[in-house]
Design a protein around this ligand. Structure first.
Ligand code: NIG
Ligand code: FE
Length: 405
């Protein structure tokens, strides 16, 4: 007898396992028609055909709909002050993303707004985003700091993320190396030292972050500066991520492999040699096609990555500059249409592989006995339908750890 029986699921679609799927394995998902999911104490205890399903104390009728694991957004910057709608006009006038940053706008304008915001205001704004994300099927998210760029505000952002953790399923990443703040303009090496001497020890001692990420990019942080910060972070017990080879080819993907980073993100310009190194090292590629869309750039070479046996995840990159949307359904449309992932590969990318990229594939990312009951019922008959419609919210209902949202 289970506490809750979610019955009359027309089609259950899920990857399987507790680690990232790669190569041909990324395309292999489990499909069960007329399925039932049994839930007790927030965990899945049964996921399979209706005939062999246990009885339940309570029953929810899924009405023949599609069920998938809750979506996992493995890369967001969702704690920020203000918005940057004024940049739309710069974009339309042809100004490039990095030029806006170089002129003191971009990330640096969000830094000013985030420094000025109170912790409460940041919490309320971020919680509202996470509620909206839940309504769009995202049940777990990674969140990066990086709009403080001084100790006080980086700690404020991380405190907000840690507060959010009490109510939401979120994973904190420290990204003090997101840009060089105006106080250190023209002197990035001094800022790198400040990160290493003042920020990292405090973040690590406070247990405020699980990962350390860095924007390895032309006129932001070069390879040597990135390596220095990541080595220090690793020394403090943080796991590593890199914004790598997004706009200019820098070799960040190779650095991720060399440093044993859990993931490398963006990767639009990653070289074949560096992708091979990632495959060898088991580095997860976190691809952000909504950012390519919004910056009007090329899309990462996802097919080459799958062929090289790199586990591929996708995420929203939700932030006020390069990706002002948290909608993972749109990311999945792009994963199929632009990254050329199959619907099954895309589902794996936004669930199990995304969970692996943020260290929670043991509890999230698939509909299997033992995992958290994070389940989305979609107004769709199958995953092709889910990924071919776009622009409308196709969520019917979301269960988070067994509770109907
Ligand atoms: O992943 N690339 C750097 N960071 C973000 C953009 C942040 C911003 O523009 O505010 C990204 O795209
Ligand atoms: Fe990002």
């Amino acid at each position: 007898m289970v506490e809750l029986r979610i019955a009359n699921i027309g089609l259950l679609a899920t990857p399987e396992g507790s680690s990232a799927r790669r190569g041909a394995g990324q395309d292999k998902i489990r499909l069960v028609k007329n399925a039932v999911i049994g839930v007790t104490k927030g965990k899945i205890v049964y996921a399979g055909d209706g005939e062999n399903a246990p009885a339940g104390i309570a029953e929810y009728d899924a009405g023949g709909r599609l069920a998938t694991p809750g979506l996992v957004d493995a890369h967001t910057h969702l704690v920020f002050g203000g918005f940057r709608q004024h940049e739309l006009e710069y974009k339309l006038a042809g100004m490039a993303y990095l030029d806006i940053l170089r002129s003191g706008g971009g990330i640096l304008s969000t830094v000013e707004a985030t420094r000025a915001a109170t912790r409460d205001a940041l919490y309320n704004k971020s919680a509202a985003f996470l509620d909206a994300m839940l309504a769009h099927g995202t049940t777990t998210a990674e969140i990066k700091s990086g709009y403080g760029l001084n100790l006080e505000t980086e700690l404020k952002q991380l405190a907000v993320i840690n507060d959010l953790q009490k109510k939401y399923s979120v994973v904190p990443t420290f990204m003090g190396a997101h840009a060089v703040p105006k106080e250190y303009a023209g002197n990035p090496d001094a800022y790198v030292d400040y990160i290493i001497e003042a920020m990292l020890p405090t973040v690590a001692e406070g247990g405020l972050a699980k990962y350390c990420d860095i924007f390895c990019e032309k006129s932001v942080f070069d390879i040597a500066q990135s390596r220095k910060i990541l080595e220090a972070a690793r020394g403090h017990g943080l796991q590593l991520k890199i914004h790598a080879d997004e706009i200019e080819p820098m070799g960040g993907a190779g650095l991720a492999a060399e440093m044993g980073a859990v993931s490398a993100e963006h990767l639009l310009q990653a070289s074949d040699t560096d992708l091979s190194a990632m495959a060898q090292a088991g580095t997860i590629a976190v691809l952000l096609p909504a950012t390519s869309f919004y910056l009007d750039k090329n899309y990462a070479r996802a097919r080459a990555m799958v062929e090289k046996s790199i586990p591929v995840a996708v995420a929203s990159d939700f932030n006020p500059g390069s990706s002002p949307s948290y909608n993972m359904q749109f990311v999945l449309n792009l994963a199929c249409l632009k990254l050329k992932l199959s619907p099954a590969e895309a589902l794996t990318a936004a669930t199990l592989n995304a969970a692996a990229a943020i260290g929670c594939a043991d509890t999230k990312g698939s509909l299997e006995a033992g995992k958290d009951a994070d389940i989305v019922l979609w107004d769709c008959p199958d995953i092709n339908f889910l990924f071919y419609r776009y622009g409308n919210n196709q969520v019917h209902k979301v269960f988070k750890e067994g509770a109907l949202i």
